[in-house]
Design a protein around this ligand. Structure first.
Ligand code: NAD
Ligand code: UFG
Length: 337
């Protein structure tokens, strides 16, 4: 079975390509490399000992997409391609809507034209906004607080409208919580440009001595220790969820929506302690003002994914931190271009 992985050269995409290849799928990656590099896909092939096809193209390029569907008999698409920096989306909303929404519309239209109507879409816990009830179930109210989140919500709505109009579509919407960690080989992982925005990559750079100290955004939240609580999930577990979603679409058509999280909330201070244990290095920090737009706590109820996809997150927070740290050290040494 041939799968087109849009945005497959990125963080979650590369880990999913490993799982796809290891599960016998033929993989075609389409990526414009705006936030990734081809060498990560070489490493995917090194890990698996299997080949994939890479097409460097933008999903807004309709002709390039049409060429892919003409040249290959594609059974399903996994759609990771998108811009994901929340703060940047607030500054550059047109860029975000153009890339994420127009790009997705182009992809969906070309898929429809080619008669390929199976898609797995990367959504985000951000669509729950500031959740009123924890843990969060899939039927919780949806709300967006920034253009990035709005782009995810709009795409979810577009997908629902498409399947309402044409029952031939099979759609899986996966709402990721906070992906962290890296492949155990330490050959692939997340490579943020410049200073990281997200907690775990930031702490890794503090531990590596690249940044002096961590600023913890808020110590007065109504949480277990006053710091923000999130549902961190190992990226390999997340990647495996995509294989389960594809399998489910093959067996039971329709539109399905699932949270992919562990169901456990960890505070910033708990993550600092876990990273200290994993790296053996003290993580200096200071508690500063809350970050604008942050919420106190966000963690999933992953029951539906267990029941319907037969998926559960298997890796614990220790493994997440160990693999993040292993990747940080190895990538420092072998920085690839
Ligand atoms: P990433 O930036 O590492 O990967 C996205 C990939 O898409 C990159 O390789 C980029 O070059 C490519 N891309 C972007 N726009 C494109 C376009 N127009 N045409 C072709 N390729 C394009 O991000 P990631 O962390 O792997 O996230 C994957 C998806 O999951 C994204 O849609 C993101 O919004 C979503 N998501 C990520 C997180 C997270 O914290 N990592 C959380 C929730 C949801
Ligand atoms: N934090 C700090 N200091 C930092 C970075 C983060 O204290 O330097 C705190 C935040 O305040 C928050 C927690 O660490 O309490 C996690 O923050 P991240 O930036 O790592 O993650 P977020 O939950 O804010 O957002 C992430 C992605 C979003 C996505 C969301 C849900 O960045 O794109 O998870 O999936 F929408």
């Amino acid at each position: 079975m041939k799968v087109l992985v849009c945005g497959g050269a990125g963080y979650v995409g590369t880990h999913t390509c490993v799982e796809l290849l290891e599960n016998g799928y033929q993989v075609i990656v389409l990526d414009n490399l705006s936030n990734s590099r081809y060498s990560s896909l070489e490493r995917v092939q090194e890990i698996t000992g299997k080949k994939l096809t890479f097409i460097q193209a933008d999903m807004l390029d309709r002709l390039a997409l049409e060429d892919v569907f003409q040249a290959h008999q594609i059974s399903a698409v996994i759609h990771f391609a998108g811009l994901k920096a929340v703060a940047e989306s607030v500054k550059l909303p047109i860029k975000y809507y153009q890339n994420n929404i127009s790009g997705t519309l182009t992809l969906l239209d070309v898929m429809s034209q080619a008669g390929c109507k199976d898609i797995v879409f990367s959504s985000s816990a951000t669509v729950y906004g500031a959740p009123q009830v924890l843990p969060i179930k899939e039927n919780a109210p949806l709300f967006s607080i920034n253009p990035y989140g709005t782009s995810k919500l709009i795409i979810e709505n577009i997908l629902q409208d498409i399947i309402a109009a044409d029952r031939g579509w099979n759609i899986s919407i996966l709402r990721y919580f906070n992906p962290v960690g890296a492949h155990e080989s330490a050959l692939i992982g997340e490579e943020p440009n410049g200073i990281p925005n997200n907690l775990v990559p930031y702490i890794c750079q503090v531990a590596a001595g690249k940044i002096d100290k961590l600023s913890i955004f808020g110590g007065d939240y109504p949480t277990k220790d006053g710091t923000g609580v999130r549902d961190y999930i190992h990226v390999v577990d997340l990647a495996k969820g995509h294989i389960k979603a594809l399998t489910r679409l093959e067996q039971e058509p329709g539109c399905i929506i699932h949270n992919l999280g562990t169901g456990i909330g960890y505070s910033v201070l708990e993550i600092v302690a876990a990273m200290k244990k994993a790296s053996g290095i003290d993580i200096p920090y200071q508690i500063v003002d809350r970050r604008r737009g942050d919420i106190a706590a966000c963690f999933s109820d992953p029951t539906l994914a267990r029941e319907e996809l037969n998926w559960v997150a298997e890796k614990n927070v220790e493994q997440m931190c160990e693999d993040s740290w292993k990747w940080q050290i190895s990538n420092n040494k072998t920085k690839h271009l």
